[in-house]
Write a protein that binds this ligand. Structure first.
Ligand code: SF4
Length: 163
């Protein structure tokens, strides 16, 4: 049975930078939980960052650029947290590989978990198209990432890989 990596905050865990969760309301997710497919993971906490923690954004680039060593992740005060984000992404990939994960549902907009948009590095609430660091690493290794707006598409993808 394929397993599904899910952002811990989407499962109601209070691990976001501001100490909140972002619990997803989805019948598909409930079904996957009942089947025992769900692997809960928060890359930023796994990477060593606390809760709460200062918000951080990729500075003018995306997760792929961070993986390539061409961009950094900074807090508003300018603290470089790139290392913690990269560690969290690596640990997410390790967890996915060891637990038979084929796809992921990750919280969009996050510098770790974003899959359609991320913040643009200006701390003004402005989003740009792009992936977070964990999303970029998972997809590089063949694990398809969907956002919390894409449960239907993820369910169809799962059905396809399990045919
Ligand atoms: Fe949620 Fe991902 Fe941010 Fe953790 S790193 S709080 S799982 S969006």
């Amino acid at each position: 049975m394929s397993r599904i990596l899910v952002s811990a905050c989407l499962l109601g865990e209070r691990v976001r930078y501001n100490g909140a969760s972002a619990a997803a309301d989805s019948g598909i997710l409930e079904h996957w939980l009942a089947e025992g497919r769900v692997v809960s993971f928060c890359p930023e906490v796994a990477g060593g960052l606390g809760v709460p923690r200062p918000a951080a954004e990729i500075a003018g680039a995306d997760g792929a650029a961070v993986l390539a060593g061409e961009a950094r992740i900074l807090t508003r005060a300018g603290t470089d947290v790139t290392g913690q984000f990269l560690r969290g992404a690596t640990l997410a990939l390790d967890a996915a590989r060891t637990q038979g994960v084929r796809l992921a549902i990750l919280k969009d907009g996050s510098p770790s978990c974003g899959s359609t948009t991320i913040h643009d590095g200006t701390f003004t609430g402005t989003r740009r198209t792009g992936n977070g660091v964990t999303t970029a690493l998972l997809e590089r290794h063949g694990i398809r990432v969907f956002s919390e707006q894409e449960f239907e598409a993820a369910s169809a993808y799962l059905a396809g890989v399990e045919e």
